[in-house]
Design a protein around this ligand. Sequence first.
Ligand SMILES: [Zn+2]
Length: 291
Amino acid sequence: MKKSINHILCLLAMQTTLFGASWSEVLENHREYLPEDSLIMRQYKAFCEGDAPPIVDPRIKEIPISENGEALIDLRASNGKRVSMMAEPSLPFAGPLYNSGLPGASKMRGPVFHRLEKMVEELDSLAPLFGYEAGQIDILLFEGLRDLGTQKMLFEKKLEEILKANPDMTLEAAERETCKWVSPVKNNTPVHSTGAAVDIRLWDNKAGAFLDLGPFGVIWGGSTFAPTFSEAITDVEKNNRLYSLLAAERAGLTNYVYEWWHFSYGDRYDLYWKKSDLEEKIALYGSIELY
Ligand SMILES: [Zn+2]
């Protein structure tokens, strides 16, 4: 079903410019930077064909993990100028203008941080192409690591909430429902628990405002705007998303096609897209247990 809906939406988008440029037009306009085998083009094609796997897809979950032990870095301690934390909230998940407020939010594996630094360089070099100046666009981090203890706590809180609202529900059914909202710890390696994933926003330091890439989601509701190649966004938002995607791909980060703000390196999802089916895929990072 999903396959045909995405496909129809993409076909419709190719035929109408009523609401501005379609993704296919935006990509076509930047073709010299987007070879057919680029990550962006492969993800776009898979998304249109309904063949882009969600994070819990068996094709992702079957990739083995061999923990390589790379250390975490803490963005709060590193005082990065162009890659830094979003503002501190008064409460965890207080809103999309703040970082998540969870204890590990500013941490990530070292190579992920280095790729974010590289992404800033790429944002600089691509800036004139998208109407910005080198040095104008920075990266702000909403959340990196969410350790297993915190993940488990969030899952249990949501489960409790669902059971309270539905007293007749069996525990099994309530757990299934909870999985739609929070990644389970049981039989799963939640991607943020590995330190390989980051949720980021771009910051225009000249305008003193977030760059407009469409509504920033995380837990404030999945929406039609969250998938990276959503047609339900403005031309400006499409251009800004492409700007972000190009910089990320050049820096070695892989975007999660159902959330424009989520990028990773070295996890199963990254390996799925970067290695062909003929190559051995082994993810680098397992879950981190801090509490
Ligand atoms: Zn994320």
